[in-house]
Design a protein around this ligand. Structure first.
Ligand code: NAD
Length: 500
């Protein structure tokens, strides 16, 4: 769809949404119903209305997808093509994503309640850019020649793994899929993609666009369905070589069990977080910091794995900063995700909203003061929540240690820089951290001691396709993005030629 619309006009988005034909079929060599003919209703959290009946796959559909993926891999139709040919297809897919920008943005906004301003401005163009980046990079990755004696030549090359299963969450449906699919395909693998139950639509369209771009049959299949059914079937499948997973820590652990109990496949985990933003008392522009702190926890309604959900602030600026954060958070416009002026949309589902509200109640009990929180009065569904800021929270309290995955910020006031580092690191998660300071030396020394896969200094949730993303500890160990992502989708092969 290349329809031009006024992106600032809510009515234009709503009209376009009315005209959309939603994709509902699984993509296994083409659009197919599930073999059992079962479907699942996908619901718009902003209206509570059913959007579509989507094919609900089961183990037999996974078998079919994996068999097709394996056949495609063995045929060499993708895995043994010239890198520049693969680049051409990935670039065409990126262009198709750009052409279908409005459609894809609407699918993620309707399905997941995501702000249209984000999906059209960030998620979809970001996905296209990532595909272009891997397309441009894949013929610039060289192998090695090992230092052997004069009578031998040993080359070390990167081989695709074979069939990769990508299991992704609902918070960035298209982008999370592309983070996995782009480097895995670039490396020459076949990919079976399993979107989250809540948000299958953009992945289903991706399957079709990939075929239109010229990806051979079976190289990308899309199997929507329940995690414990489809996810588990992929995790236990004897013919899947690797799983790349983004989601919660407990489910990530299940994939390790599935692998251990089946074929010992590689499992790459990108899991949850409980990230801290540390604010030192040398910061001059408290308004900028308050804006950054709010963005760090309220973007995507707090449903971001790297959301900075704990503010660790030095006493000298704590009161003033907290007041500004509370003021900003209380004024944020929560509303219709299709309205471009909305600053925060609903959370993804009633179930998720209930979970977050339970945490908000717990948080109010565990804090000396609670600002905001609860349902937005008069909202159309129970998925619209007001941001909550909790002060005086013990860093060891459940609300400060468990991942809420919603717009809830705990504030922890500390005296010294040492205390700030200790509180920030006092979590088994280690995905991301933020740091605000005007001191160059402190920026380096404190950033070096924050345990996190990414530390954003004087900015919010720094992220780029050129830099690796992932964590330590309970946040997993895989790295998405950058050329390092290729490490998990390839294996090293030594070819030793004796010619003496
Ligand atoms: P989730 O773990 O419930 O689901 C993720 C995926 O796993 C979905 O596709 C789901 O269907 C599947 N799944 C669920 N149960 C399964 C099972 N028993 N067996 C096999 N597969 C199963 O996570 P979610 O609620 O969709 O997403 C939120 C979580 O994702 C948060 O913890 C968040 O921090 C994390 N996340 C991490 C990153 C990262 O890069 N580290 C990025 C985004 C989200």
């Amino acid at each position: 769809m290349t329809v031009a619309i006024d992106r600032a006009d809510r009515a234009a988005w709503a009209a376009l949404a009315e005209e959309l034909t939603l994709p509902t079929a699984a993509w296994i060599g083409g659009p197919v119903a599930s073999r059992a003919g079962v479907t699942r209703t996908t619901v718009d959290p902003a209206t509570g209305l059913a959007l579509a009946e989507v094919a609900e796959c089961a183990a037999e559909d996974v078998d079919a997808a994996v068999a097709l993926a394996r056949a495609a891999y063995e045929s060499g139709s993708w895995s043994r093509t010239h890198p520049r040919e693969r680049a051409g297809v990935l670039n065409r897919l990126a262009e198709l994503i750009t052409e279908h920008c409005h459609e894809l943005a609407l699918l993620d906004s309707l399905d997941g309640g995501k702000r249209i301003a984000d999906t059209v401005g960030i998620d979809v163009p970001g996905s296209a850019a990532i595909l272009h980046w891997y397309a441009e990079g894949l013929d610039k990755v060289y192998g090695e020649v090992a230092p052997t004696g004069p009578a031998d030549l040993a080359t070390v090359t990167r081989e695709p793994l074979g069939v990769v299963a990508a299991v992704v969450p609902w918070n960035y449906p298209l982008e999370m899929a592309i983070w996995k699919v782009a480097p895995a395909l670039a490396a020459g693998n076949s990919v079976v993609l399993k979107p989250a139950e809540e948000t299958p639509l953009s992945a289903l369209l991706l399957g079709r666009l990939a075929a239109e771009a010229g990806l051979p049959d079976g190289v990308l299949t899309v199997v929507p369905g329940a995690g414990p059914v489809v996810g588990q079937a992929l995790g236990r499948h004897p013919d899947v070589d690797a799983v790349t997973f983004t989601g919660s820590t407990p489910v990530g652990r299940l994939f390790q069990t599935y692998a251990g109990e089946s074929n010992g496949k590689q499992v790459w985990l990108e899991c949850g977080g409980k990230s801290a933003v540390v604010v030192l008392d040398d910061v001059a522009d408290l308004d900028a910091v308050a804006a950054g702190v709010c963005a760090g926890i309220l973007t995507n309604s707090g449903q971001v794995c790297s959301a900075t959900s704990r503010l660790v602030v030095q006493a000298g600026v704590a009161e003033e900063l907290t007041a500004r954060v509370v003021d900003r958070a209380s004024r944020i416009v929560v509303g219709d995700p299709l309205d471009p002026v909305t600053e925060m949309g609903p959370v993804v589902s009633s179930r998720q909203a209930a979970r977050v509200r339970a945490y908000m109640e717990l948080g109010a009990d565990q804090a000396t003061a609670a600002y905001g929180g609860g349902l937005v009065e008069g909202a159309r569904t129970d998925c619209f929540l007001r941001p909550q800021v909790l002060t005086g929270v013990d860093p060891a309290a459940a609300i400060a240690t468990e991942e809420v995955f919603g717009p809830v910020l705990t504030v922890h006031t500390v005296d010294s820089v040492e205390d700030a580092i200790a509180v920030a690191n006092a979590t088994p998660f280690a995905l991301a951290a933020g740091l605000w300071t005007d001191g160059l030396r402190r920026a380096h020394t404190v950033a070096a001691r924050l345990r996190a896969g990414t530390v954003s200094v004087n900015c919010v949730d720094a992220l780029d396709v050129a830099t690796p993303f992932g964590g330590f500890g309970h946040s997993g160990y895989g790295r998405d993005l950058s050329l390092h992502a290729l490490d998990k989708f390839t294996g090293l092969k030594t070819t030793w030629i004796h010619h003496g």
